[in-house]
Design a protein around this ligand. Structure first.
Ligand SMILES: [Zn+2]
Length: 59
């Protein structure tokens, strides 16, 4: 039996919650940096906890 993740679309009043301050993330701040590769940093607007980073190669 295979494990399966079910994807359910969120309703209009469901929001993700910051793992640090537990406030609803209705917006996420981000900043881009770089030229050949773009480093994007995402953080919580309430407590400024780092949520995620992603690197994109602009090839
Ligand atoms: Zn937070």
């Amino acid at each position: 039996m295979k494990a399966k993740i079910q994807f359910t679309e969120a309703g209009p009043h469901e929001w993700p919650v910051c793992p640090s301050c537990k406030k609803e993330l209705r917006e996420i701040k981000f900043r881009k940096r770089g030229w050949l590769t773009t480093l994007t940093v995402f953080w919580c607007p309430h407590c400024r906890s780092l949520l995620s980073t992603s690197t994109t190669f602009n090839g």
